[in-house]
Every structure is written in C-alpha cells, then in structure tokens.
Design a protein around this ligand. Structure first.
Ligand code: ADP
Length: 941
C-alpha cells in the first residue's frame, strides 16, 4: 500500500451515484446536520473570540490532514469498491479535539469539512462529507455527555468514544458504496457490505490514532476535560424496562447483524463453489473427451488415408481420385496435400482451393521436422490462412508396407471454429448456461484458438487473479480476477487431457452474486422473521418481568404518600411474587395499625375535647403541641394557630409560663393558681412527661376552673370575719360568767362536769374565732413585723413543742437541718405558726410511723418540707385542701378535732411572705407538705 505525505490536491470533483436512493440518504444527512446545528447551537454561541480562532484552526487542520499522511489502497488490497477510500492517519484528530474542547456541534462541523476534502480529492463519493460529519457528531456526543455511572464515564474517554463512534459511523459508510453500484438490490447490498467490511479496519485505525492522541493530551492537562462530575441520570435510569432494553437491544442488533453477515458470507461461498463446480463440469467434458477426440480423430483419419495403396500409385488420376473420395467422405479436412519425398506437390484436394496451392510456413516447418526423423505424425499450431480462416494441419508419412520406407507426405488442413462442425460443438459446449459467461480454448503458446468472438482468435491469454482455494479437489484451477473496469470474474482453467491445450471458462461475478442471493434470500427472510419474533418475545418477557416490579414501585410510592388503600396485586411463587405478597401483607398490617392508632387518637381526642378541664401539652423545647377546646376557651387561643409555637408566644400568661418553666424534682407535680385576664382563676397542675427511658419529653398541664370556689371562699371570709368579731365579746363574756359559777356556790359533780364541758366548748369556740381572726389579720397584713430570723431555731422550737404529742402517739419525730442556713426575712411568729400547723397536722393524721421535718436552701428560697407516713390525701381533696373550713370527711378522721383553718392559715402566711405551699400525697402512704419562702422580702412602701 503506497504512502503519501501529501496527497494530490488537483482535480476536485464528485461523481454522482448511479442509484436514485442516494437522494433519500442525502436528505436524511441534511436533516441530521440541521438537527445537530440546532441542537448544539449553544456550542457555537458560547465560543467567544478565542473559541472561534480555535474552531477555524481545527477546520483548517481537518482539511489539511484529510489529504495528507495517508495510505492509498491499490487493487490488490481486496477492497472491491469502485472508489477506494484512503487511510489518512491523522484525519480524525481535529474532530476529536473539537469534540473535547468545543462541543458536539463544532466537532460535527470540523468533521464535515474534513469529509468534504476527502470526498472531493480522494474518493469523489458525494455522501462522504456527511458520513464523516456523523462520526464527528457521535464522538462529540459521547465525549460531552454527562450521564452518571461507570459505563458513561468510560464512554467519555476519548479513546473509547473515538473507537465506538468510528464503529457506529462505519455502519452508514456502507451506503456510500451501495449508491454507486448498479445491479439488483441484494447483490449490490451484499457486495457493498463486503466492501464496507474491508474498509472497517481502516476506519478503526483512524479512530484509534485520534483517540490515543487526545487521551494522552487530556491526561497531561486534566483541566481540559470537558465533563467533570457527571450527575445526570442516564436515559435508561428511569425504569427497569429501559435498563434491560438498553443492554439487550444492542446485543440483539449485534446478533442479528452477525447472523446476517454469516448467512451472506456462507451464501457467497456456496454460490462460488457451485459456480466453480458447474464451470469445472463444463470444462471437464470438453477437456477430457471432446477436444482429445477431435485431435485424435484428425490424426487417425489422416493415418487411415495415408495407409491407402492408391496414394502410392504412380498414376496422378488414381491418387487424385482417392484423395477426393476420402476428403469428401471424411468432411474433417478442408484441404489435403500429397507431397513426394522431395516435398514436391503431387496432388491436392480440392483441385483449386481458394487458399492457393502452397503450403503454409507452419506446415513446412512441421514437414521439415518430420523428414528430419521426428515422429511419423505431426500437427502444426493453429494459424491463419490468407483467407483469414483459422486452421491446424495434421501431417502423416506414407510408408512402404514391406520396407517401411517413406513414399511421400500427406498434409490435412482442418478448420478451427465455425468452419468445423466438431469444433463448433465443442465451443458451444464450453459456453456456460448461466448468462454473461464464456468459454474458449487456449493452445500451448497461450493463444486463443477457439472463441465465440472471432476477433479474439490468436490473441494471447494468461491466467491471472487470485487463486481460489475451493478448487483443490478439481482437475483445473479457479481464479477470481477484477479488471481495470472494476469487473470481477470467476475463471476456470483446465488443461486438455494428453494435449498441451487448455480450456478456460469465465463467469462474471454477478452470476455468483445472483446465485448467492437466491440461496440467502429465503434464509434472510427467515432470519428477519425470527429476529422480529425473538425481539418481540424479549420485549414481552422484559415487560412481563418488570411489570410486577413496576406495580410494586407504584404501590410503594402510594404507601410513601400515605395512601394505604390500593391493593398490591403481584402474584406468583417466584422471588418477585413473594416480594409482592410480603408487600401486600405489610400494607395490610400497616393499614390495620394505622387504623388502630387512628381509632385510639379519635378516642383520645374525643376525651380531650369533651373534658371541661383545660389541658395543655408542651414538648421538650417548650413548644405547645396540644391544647384542648377547654384550654382554647380559657386562654382565648386557636389550637390550630398556637400549636407548634413556643408556649410563651402561643399563650400570653406569665404565671402559666413560669409554672411550665419551674424546675420540677423527679416526678413531682407542680401546682399553681393561674389568674386569667377575665378574672377567672384556674387551678393548674403541671407534670413532666417521661418516655420509656425516663427521659423528659415534655410537660402536661391540667387546669380546673376554681373561680366559683374562690368566690365562695371570699364570701365565707367576709361572713366569718363579721360573725367572729361579733361572737368574740359575748364569748369572753360567757367565759367570764361560767368561770365565776363555782364561786357562786358549790356545785355537785354533774354540775361541775357540765360547767367543764361548757368551758371546753367556749375554748374551742374561742380557738376557732382566734384562728379566724388570725386569718383575717394575716390576710389584711395587720401587725406583721418583717425581720431577719433563724429558720433553724423556729423549726427547732416547733419540734420541741410537739415532741411530747408525737411521743404520746408513739411517732418518731425527726428534724433534718443542713449544717448552715442563711437568715430569712419574715415575721418569725407567723413562720413558726405555719410550720407548727403543718407538723401538728402531720402528727394528727399519722396513726403510726414517723414525721420528718426537712429544711433546705433552694436558690433564693428556703424550703420546709414536712413528710409523714400517715393516711394521705386523695387527689380530688388536694385541690381544696387549703380552703378555709375544708376538712376531709372520712370515717377514720371523724374523731380528730380541728377547725379546718390550719392549712388556710399556712397558705395565708406563705402568701403574705411571697411564698407558696403545696402538697404531694398518696392516699394511704403519707403526705409531704412543702412550704417555700423567699430569703429576702421586697422593700415595702
Ligand atoms: P384541721 O384543723 O381539721 O386539721 P386543717 O386545715 O389543718 O384543718 O386541715 C384540713 C384537712 O386536711 C384536715 O381535715 C385533714 O383531713 C387534712 N390533713 C391536713 N394535714 C394532713 C396530713 N398531714 N395528713 C392527712 N391529712 C391531712
């Protein structure tokens, strides 16, 4: 294959294709080109000054490199097409660079220009520029695509992209060959296919070189890489169906193409072999029988003539008579000459032949050979007579029977070709039955001596072309030869048996092609039908396989959106079927539990909605997460708006906020009265909500409206204050007189007892009235003296005073004091009174066990806690415990005397000191009363 550094630049032209289909291909190419320019117009718009320069440079490079540095295949290179495309080694490089640096649009343009040069100066094929442009388009697309995944990242590599694009583009190069060849569709199709196949390695090599160079460039300068961090979902990534199709379709296609190719190649082989066999049969018949017989016949006939006595006679007439009789009867020789030993002409038949009466130079040469002592029978090569007829001459010696001496020479001229009926039959037998072929005979000199075309007679012929291996088992040899006009022929050449001649039969390649088409068409139709069936089947199987998965995906999407009603309908025992069944089970279970939760929620909501207690719930970040209608009503809020907001923003109520924010110990509930703007008062109890691990996850407040109770309390206060005041003087008065009764005279025992009872009653009453008045005084703040006092000594005094009573009940009275305690500002007497009441109650309501008094310091407060192991207080009673006159009516406490004012006094004292008192208690287990007092009191005006 010759190599050019620079190709010829002269004579640019296109030859127009012979097939009209090329208009179709041209329009298709134009549409593709227009689409590319439109689709990737952004590539051009983005170029900028530098980019335009680069593009122009690459276009120029493409034009130059397309006609430089190239191999040029010759006819021996087995490329069967009329125009043999060259192999410019570097032509793909500018295209690949344009694809990497500028985009698919510029790559297509650069490739198109390169193709233009190749079309005009090299192959002159009109479709060439478009086909090369498609290579540019493909390589540009592959290098610039930004699909995610390893496959696409590999396809982005210039070397892979270039090879793949070359391979894909090759499939359309084929049409370029196709449109230039005349003939029946299928035979042209097959020959174009074979031609394209021969061209494939060239294209791949071109792609490989360009790919290698650009690959190296990009690894040296990674900054030039066109796509970094591809993210786009690949086209097959959206459904399993597409995924399978994406990988199966090319496989099917490749498989069909391979089958197609194999069928065609095999058909060609079979057709060639069949044609050669037929040619061989024709040739063999002639070469082994008819031609040898023809020659032997000529020789034998002349020999028979020569043996005749009459020819040796002295009489001219006798000899002439004999010659004419035999010549006429044999009809093989058109002329006979009888010579004597001195080569003088004795007789001649017919008497005056148009060719004249002289021997030809060939005959003379043979006669001389014979007289020189060579074999008794001679034959001249074929030669032309002056009349133009082709003849061969047989020569025999006349021998004396007795002595064997030579008596003369007999020469017989036999016509070749038309003039000879035997030769005519042979020539007819050599002509192949299939149209377009021809057969002829070649003699020992390589001259054609029998040919249907008279003009070619005596022209020389030589076997040429490539020998076909299929001819091994045949007596002759088969060749395939393509002449300068691009016509290919099969040639069969066979030597004639026992003679130096040979027969040649030629058949045009179209005959083979037609036969191949005849063989392959039914197979191809079958193949096409089967491929269709297989494709349809695969599509069906794929969709059958993926349909249940699709159903599952849809169902899971619905479930994810919260719709649990749609049934998952995937049947079967295979993996997908089991998955579907499990899915359906899961859905049903989920639906059931959701419904159960929903029911539970509904019930809870109904309870919360219908309860008259206001309920608020916050999460661990103090955001409101629930407010029932009672709470909405109490605080004048809308739950829908307030929920999820921080409590402080959702409800403008400072005491409530403080209550929620107050630290709580363990599980202790915090209680507080919450005044509302509309003067109502709620009794709130706040508890911490803990999860399974004991972790606090929020707080809940239950609030009861106690306004009515409060009002009642106030009315009671007023009433009692009035009454107690009014009762006090008559009571003092009564006490005076009763104590004076014994002084008025002796009393008997009964009388004394009555008087004592009256005095006890009066005492009790004055105690009650004292208590009442105390409360009134405390609430009114009369005579209260705030001064620093020592809590430990106040509590100590109470414990000391009450220890006797505790001992009497067999109770353990304990006092727990921290080592140091700060002073507290307050009215010492009142604080002592409050502690006294608490400890007194604890002893009173504790049948057995112990009473513990604890004092602690907590921030700016002192906390006095009185715990007992007594009878405890029910939650319902705890709310009202600190009301005046509230006494719990129980059978076991009926005998315990009390006014029901003790805790009310404690509460009044606590409030007076800006402190608080509350109880934690469990029925039957004991109670703890907490009295919290601030260490400092605000300055009073
Ligand atoms: P009383 O003078 O009746 O004791 P209080 O106001 O002191 O009046 O107490 C009110 C009610 O609280 C009592 O009737 C009693 O039932 C209940 N109570 C007070 N302290 C205790 C306690 N430590 N254990 C059980 N119940 C108590």
């Amino acid at each position: 294959m010759p190599f050019y550094w620079v190709g010829p630049w002269a004579d640019p032209y296109f030859t127009l294709p012979v097939r009209t289909e090329w208009y179709l291909f041209l329009s298709l190419h134009l549409i593709i080109l227009a689409f590319v320019l439109y689709r990737w117009r952004g590539d051009f718009l983005r170029l900028g000054g530098k980019g335009i320069f680069l593009l122009l440079g690459l276009v120029l490079a493409a034009a130059l490199l397309s006609n430089a540095c190239k191999f040029h295949p010759t006819s021996e290179d087995a490329v069967l097409v009329p125009a043999r495309p060259d192999l410019p080694l570097l032509a793909g490089l500018p295209t690949l660079l344009a694809a990497s640096l500028l985009g698919a649009g510029p790559a297509t343009l650069v490739a198109f220009i390169g193709g233009m040069v190749r079309g005009l100066f090299e192959s002159h094929l009109v479709l060439r520029p478009f086909e090369i442009a498609i290579f540019g388009l493909l390589v540009g697309f592959l290098i610039r695509q930004d699909y995610a995944g390893r496959l696409f990242s590999m396809l982005r590599q210039p070397i892979v992209a270039s090879l793949l694009a070359a391979l894909l583009a090759w499939t359309i190069f084929f049409w370029s060959f196709y449109v230039y060849a005349a003939g029946p569709f299928l035979s042209v199709f097959i020959s174009s296919f074979a031609a394209a196949l021969g061209y494939l390695p060239f294209i791949l090599l071109e792609g490989l070189i360009a790919g290698l160079v650009v690959q190296a460039l990009l690894s040296l300068f990674p900054r030039l890489r066109p796509v970094v961090g591809a993210q786009r979902t690949p086209p097959y990534g959206y459904s399993l169906n597409r995924h399978l199709l994406f990988f199966v379709a090319p496989l099917i296609l490749a498989f069909i193409l391979a089958l197609f190719y194999v069928v065609n190649v095999r058909a060609m082989q079979v057709a060639t072999a069949q044609t050669i066999t037929q040619m061989a049969r024709d040739a063999q018949n002639m070469a082994e029988e008819r031609i040898p017989i023809f020659l032997l016949y000529g020789q034998a006939t002349l020999q028979g003539l020569a043996r005749s006595e009459d020819l040796q006679s002295e009489s001219y007439e006798v000899r002439q008579d004999r010659l004419e009789k035999d010549g006429r009867s044999s009809a093989f020789f058109r002329q006979l000459f009888l010579l004597d030993n001195n080569l003088a002409l004795l007789n001649i038949y017919p008497e005056s032949p148009p060719e004249g009466l002289t021997l030809s130079s060939e005959e003379v040469a043979s006669v001389v050979k014979m007289t020189g002592g060579e074999a008794a029978s001679q034959r001249t090569p074929a030669y032309r007579l002056p009349t133009g007829d082709l003849v061969i001459s047989f020569i025999e010696r006349l021998e004396d029977e007795a002595t064997g001496e030579s008596r003369g020479i007999l020469v017989g001229r036999a016509a070749m070709g038309e003039g000879n009926p035997t030769m005519r039959g042979i020539l007819a037998g050599l002509q192949p039955a299939t149209g377009g072929g021809l057969g002829f005979v070649v003699d020992e000199r390589g001259y054609i001596i029998a040919h249907p075309d008279q003009r070619l007679l005596l022209s020389s012929w030589m076997a040429e072309g490539s020998r076909l291996s299929s001819s091994d088992s045949l007596p002759g040899e088969a060749y395939q030869h393509t002449d300068e006009n691009g016509e290919t022929r099969l040639i069969y050449h066979m030597p004639v048996l026992g003679q130096p001649w040979s027969v040649v039969i030629m058949v045009p390649y179209e005959v083979v092609m037609d036969l191949a088409v005849e063989i392959s068409v039914p197979l191809l139709i079958l193949l096409a039908l089967m491929s269709l069936a297989v494709t349809a089947l695969i599509l069906l199987v794929i969709s059958h396989l993926t349909r249940p998965l699709q159903t599952l995906a849809e169902a899971s999407g619905q479930i994810a959106q919260g719709d649990l009603t749609a049934q998952v309908n995937v049947r079967g025992e295979d993996e997908v079927g089991r998955l579907g069944a499990a899915f359906e089970q899961m859905r049903v279970k989920l639906k059931e539990s959701f419904e159960a939760i929903e029911r539970e929620r509904g019930r809870l909501k109904a309870i919360l909605d219908s309860t008259t207690d206001a309920i608020l719930v916050t999460d661990s970040q103090s955001h409101l997460i629930l407010a029932n209608p009672a709470a909405e009503h109490a605080f004048g809020i809308k739950a829908a708006e307030a929920v999820t907001r921080p409590l402080a923003q959702a409800i403008a109520n400072e005491p409530l906020e403080q209550l929620f924010n107050r630290p709580a110990e363990d599980r202790e509930a915090l209680v507080e009265e919450i005044p509302l703007p509309d003067e109502r008062i709620l009794y709130a109890s706040v508890a911490t909500i803990a999860d399974g691990d004991g972790q606090a996850i929020g707080r809940v407040a239950v609030m009861r409206d106690i306004t009515a109770l409060k009002e009642l309390d106030a009315m009671k206060d007023e009433f009692v204050a009035t009454v107690s005041h009014d009762l006090r003087s008559p009571l003092t008065f009564m006490h005076g007189y009763v104590t004076m009764i014994p002084a008025a005279g002796d009393l008997n025992e009964k009388q004394q007892e009555f008087v004592d009872r009256i005095i006890r009653g009066i005492h009790q009453m004055s105690e009650l009235i004292d208590d009442l008045l105390d409360i009134g005084r405390i609430e009114a703040g009369v005579g209260i003296e705030m001064a620093p006092c020592k809590m430990s000594s106040l509590v100590g005094m109470v414990v000391a005073e009450l220890s006797g009573r505790a001992e009497a009940k067999n109770l353990k009275l304990q006092l727990e004091l921290p080592p140091t305690l700060p002073l507290i500002v307050g009215d010492g007497a009142l604080i002592k009174r409050a502690v006294f009441n608490l400890v007194d109650n604890a002893i009173k309501y504790t049948p057995e066990g112990s009473v513990t008094v604890r004092v602690r310091e907590r921030d700016s407060y002192l906390v006095v806690s009185v715990s007992d192991t007594g009878i405890g207080i029910a939650p319902a009673d705890q709310i009202r415990l600190f009301e005046k006159f509230y006494r719990i009516k129980r059978r076991d406490t009926i005998r315990i005397k009390g006014t029901g004012l003790g805790l009310a006094i404690v509460k009044s004292i606590a409030e007076r000191h800006n402190g608080k008192v509350w109880v934690e208690s469990k029925l039957g287990e004991g109670s703890t009363f907490h009295l919290v007092l601030p260490k400092e009191q605000p300055e009073r005006s």
